[in-house]
Design a protein around this ligand. Structure first.
Ligand code: ZN
Length: 293
């Protein structure tokens, strides 16, 4: 069985609330408990403005109706990486004290809007370091959802749930997952407002999203899940294991890689099957030249 979860990044005091409302309506119609990763503050003309109840009313209503989940998406979503770094980041290389302060201030805004619930943390640009993870541990976030690279930490108590694809490649991810249904792969799709720009699109992106939801509803091999549900089934050991498997797969030749599952996570003991595949391949590679496949 394949599980699929959706995350929508970047709702804030300045984001497109009409589009977010349309996404909420569509997700409600198809019972998709999408996780909205909300930015607590934005900087407007040099002033910090927090997300408020009036601007967030569409999200608050849907959250209290049980239709959507909420997580915290950074602090103000500003790039603080030094110019020589090619990847943007709000948090990487900042001190623990700075990161802890920003996380706690952001968390307070999320609590004011949605109540004092356990929430996940989603760092902007999927980028974070050991200090971010340490701060997230201290503040008891229920998960961190980012990319595949994680800093090592002596005691990490938080499951790390990588995003595995975007809207533009979700069909390819589903096709690949169909080859490995026995291993129970989990797909985490991340959506952004720009995915719904209508420019140069023959079919409206909202219609494409609805088509995807219909396909999921019809499919006997796909079930809907959510980031909060995954966080309950997942644990830090399993996330480390998944991330290690991902890293091992990246080191393989493409001729071999294509026979292995792509960017999924696995939340069952069946993950050992993939480990078996990888060990087998490692053994082949260490005793012979690359086999022709
Ligand atoms: Zn973002």
């Amino acid at each position: 069985m394949i599980q699929i979860a959706f995350r929508f990044d970047d709702p804030s005091v300045t984001s497109n609330h009409s589009l977010e409302t349309l996404i909420i309506q569509l997700c409600c119609q198809y019972n998709i408990p999408i996780n909205f990763a909300v930015i607590p503050f934005r900087k407007i003309e040099g002033q910090l403005i927090h997300f408020n109840k009036s601007k967030a009313s569409h999200l608050i209503k849907a959250y209290h109706a049980g239709s959507i989940e909420i997580s915290q998406h950074g602090y103000i979503h500003e790039n603080n990486a030094i110019p020589s770094k090619k990847n943007p980041s709000e948090f990487v290389a900042l001190t623990f004290e700075q990161q802890f302060k920003w996380l706690i201030e952001g968390k307070k805004i999320i609590s004011q809007l949605f109540g004092d619930q356990s929430i996940g943390f989603v760092p902007p640009w999927n980028s974070f370091d050991a200090n971010t993870l340490l701060a997230a541990n201290r503040l008891n976030y229920s998960f961190v959802s980012a990319g595949w690279e994680i800093p090592s930490l002596l005691t990490n108590a938080i499951p790390i749930i990588p995003r595995t694809c975007q809207l533009k490649n979700v069909m390819a991810a589903i096709d690949n997952a169909q080859l490995f249904t026995k291993l129970n792969p989990v797909i985490i799709v991340v959506l952004h407002h720009y995915d719904f720009d209508e420019i140069h699109e023959a079919i409206s992106p909202l219609v494409r999203l609805e088509n995807l939801f219909q396909l999921i509803n019809r499919s006997k091999s796909i079930t809907i899940t959510s980031l909060n549900k995954i966080a309950h089934q997942y644990n830090p050991e399993l996330s480390e294991y998944n991330i290690k498997l991902y890293a091992d797969r990246q080191k393989l030749h493409w001729r071999i890689k294509k026979y292995l599952p792509e960017d999924f996570i696995f939340i069952t003991e069946k993950i050992s099957t993939i480990k078996f595949f990888l060990l087998k391949i490692k053994n082949i590679l260490s005793f012979s030249t690359l086999p022709s496949l």
